[in-house]
Design a protein around this ligand. Structure first.
Ligand code: C5P
Length: 202
């Protein structure tokens, strides 16, 4: 089968991850959560490594690590994500993944705008900051990580601001992206909206 790329971007905790996994499973495609690349580099920065060196040395097995799912690593990820050399070092891996036979779903912040501007379909998944903070809070609690809703809200807003305001590959919808606002949608409704948008072109 021909490569077919589904680009899914949006801010933190809008539902990208859930939607991406469900879309990939529905169409039997590979899925790459590109946030894990930045989280892996962020985690290495927190343990004292140089971010650019860490990005250049990154291997796929570095992404398979539950300790990347903390708020501290998320913040570190968004700090290393402003560095042009870090982004450049992660580019080829993402593009190669996107063109694999059978097609691929990539989710992140700049997939539709920078990594895969030729993607056959681009989705931009959003939700209000309050809804997103509550979801992230519930997720942390469920994972047994101590959390405070006000702190998580402040964290999500700080990370969004950094992601939107940076010079390199800022978070924004591609001109031809389909917008999906999940604020008032259940998971099933959000997934159905995403699958319907893909089916229009596939
Ligand atoms: O999606 P996730 O929350 O795991 O991403 C962590 C951070 O990595 C984001 O806040 C963002 O700064 C950065 N990121 C990025 N470009 C991507 C994916 C993630 O800059 N494609």
């Amino acid at each position: 089968t021909e490569p077919f790329t589904i680009a899914i971007d949006g801010p933190a905790a809008a539902g990208k991850g859930t939607i991406s996994k469900a879309v990939a499973a529905h169409f039997n495609m590979a899925h790459l959560d590109t946030g894990l690349l930045y989280r892996a580099v962020g985690a290495r920065m927190l343990s004292g490594e140089d971010a650019v060196t860490a990005a250049r040395a990154l291997v796929a097995s570095d992404l398979d690590n539950d300790s990347l799912r903390t708020q501290a690593v998320a913040q570190a990820a968004s700090q290393v994500a402003v560095i042009a050399e870090v982004r450049a070092a992660l580019l080829d891996f993402q593009r190669a993944f996107a063109r694999r036979a059978g097609g691929a779903v990539l989710d992140g912040r700049d997939i539709g705008t920078v990594i895969c501007p030729q993607a056959e379909i681009k989705l931009f998944v959003t939700a209000s900051a309050e809804v997103r903070a509550k979801r992230r809070y519930d997720e942390l609690v469920q994972r047994g990580q101590p959390a405070d809703l006000d702190a998580v809200t402040a964290d999500v807003k700080a990370r969004d601001a950094r992601d939107m305001d940076r010079a390199e590959a800022p978070l924004r919808p591609a001109d031809d992206a389909v917008l999906i606002d999940t604020s008032d949608k259940t998971i099933d409704e959000a997934v159905a909206a995403a699958i319907a948008a893909v089916k229009k072109v596939k």
